[in-house]
Design a protein around this ligand. Structure first.
Ligand SMILES: [Zn+2]
Length: 417
């Protein structure tokens, strides 16, 4: 079987034929150059208007990189024709496998973008040998295509979250669709101001916004104001993940203070390496952490008391009826207010102040999948962490849409991945 036969199977273009295949080299590695020519009597397509026209002349041969095979880069070598278009004048032709000045074929770009979803961009560059820039451009192209072609559809629930993406308190605002059947990143904005979230609602079509039933977010004041203004019909939920984040912060504070105090008073540093024992759910602890926790509980530490209050509060989310949940909340807050653990008291005060929004959680159950905001938050953090080498805002934005946007892709006759 000839290579041409395989190429015609995976990438056939009606008006062009594959010619000779020969060896060449790319950056010292053996590669294959496949010559491509137009079918006899076919007329070139004008890149300006998309109509066929008479050929004007031909340019020097150009190489378009295709999907590599057997560790060898594959190039299409083609002499672009120029069209003598009656509308646009003399124009370079449009070819189906590539566009503009890009030296990668469309298929190869989608191939690289697909791998860049599974591996870090740098790894794709190392394994498949395109330049890092080529990987980046391919992902950017996939994201731009996906964003243009995606459908808003009907959205019942959205989650609004923020992540730090750079040292020095640089934040991103992320908006997710968190419906039981459709979860995806919808939008990314710089900073976490009223203005940043406001931009999302300017992009979101009015009729889609008008049908949103639930909005999950943190108690971050600028968000609260924007949500009240743009989706006033929706039930606003302070979701579990964001509420529990405040507990973690309180425990961190108490633990840090207590560690310092133990050291000052000359006690053993029992709290060393205990951070995750106190923050994770017991079921998620490693064996070593479980042992450590069992040891810690023996001491009458402030950190442990705070931990126990947090773990007890988890019961709140298990209630089926909002009525019972309120009673529990009330009782828990009373007890915490007597605990002399100032950061925990702050949490209790906050819970009381936002009680209505927190109880909305019970109305939203069934529509919003539990833990979804947390899942997205973790994935988003991982994506920005893996983003070493592309710390600009534009690159982070592209990486996040690519990983979490669940963006559509064009249909191909042959699947390379
Ligand atoms: Zn034209």
């Amino acid at each position: 079987m000839q290579l041409k036969t395989i190429l015609n199977r995976v990438e056939k273009h009606k008006s062009f034929v594959y010619g000779k295949v020969r060896f060449c080299r790319k950056a010292g590695r053996p590669s294959l150059a496949v010559s491509v020519r137009p079918r006899r009597k076919s007329r070139p397509v004008c890149s300006g208007c998309g109509h066929r026209g008479p050929q004007y002349d031909r340019l020097a041969a150009r190489r378009f990189e295709f999907v590599p095979m057997w560790g060898m880069a594959v190039f299409f070598v083609y002499r672009m024709r120029r069209v003598d278009c009656c509308e646009c004048g003399v124009k370079v032709e449009q070819v189906p496998w590539g566009d503009g000045r890009c030296h990668l074929t469309k298929t190869y770009r989608w191939f690289l973008a697909a791998w860049a979803k599974r591996l870090a961009w740098q790894e794709v560059a190392t394994v498949l040998h395109p330049s890092w820039q080529s990987v980046f451009r391919s992902v950017r192209h996939a994201v731009m295509w996906g964003v243009v072609h995606r459908k808003w559809g009907s959205i019942a629930a959205i989650g609004i979250d923020e992540i730090a993406w750079r040292k020095g308190h640089k934040y991103l605002t992320l908006v997710y669709q968190i419906d039981e059947g459709c979860k995806r990143l919808l939008w990314i904005g710089r900073d976490r101001t009223e203005e940043s979230l406001g931009r999302f609602f300017r992009v979101l079509p009015q009729n889609v916004a008008g049908r949103i039933q639930f909005v999950c977010s943190d108690m971050w004041k600028p968000y609260l104001a924007v949500i009240a203004k743009h989706v006033s019909q929706a039930v606003h939920v302070l979701d579990r993940f964001h509420v529990m984040t405040h507990f973690s912060k309180a425990i961190d504070e108490i633990r840090a203070e207590e560690t310092r105090q133990l050291k000052r008073d000359g006690y053993e540093p029992v709290l060393k390496h205990s951070r995750w024992c106190l923050l994770k759910r017991p079921a998620n602890l490693t064996r070593k952490q479980t042992v450590k926790l069992a040891e810690l509980v023996k001491y009458n530490l402030r950190s442990v008391r705070a931990y126990l209050l947090k773990e007890e509060f988890q019961r709140f989310w298990g209630y089926v009826s909002a009525g019972w949940a309120v009673r529990f909340l009330d009782e828990w807050c009373n007890r915490t207010m007597r605990s002399r653990l100032e950061p925990m008291k702050k949490v209790a005060r906050m819970l009381r102040e936002h009680q209505t929004l927190i109880l909305n959680w019970f109305h939203a159950r069934g529509t919003i999948s539990a833990g979804v905001v947390e899942g997205f938050n973790n994935k988003a953090k991982l994506t920005t962490k893996k983003a070493y080498g592309f710390r600009t805002y534009a690159a982070i934005e592209i990486a996040l849409y690519h990983q979490l946007g669940n963006l559509p892709e064009p249909k191909f006759t042959h699947s390379f991945w």
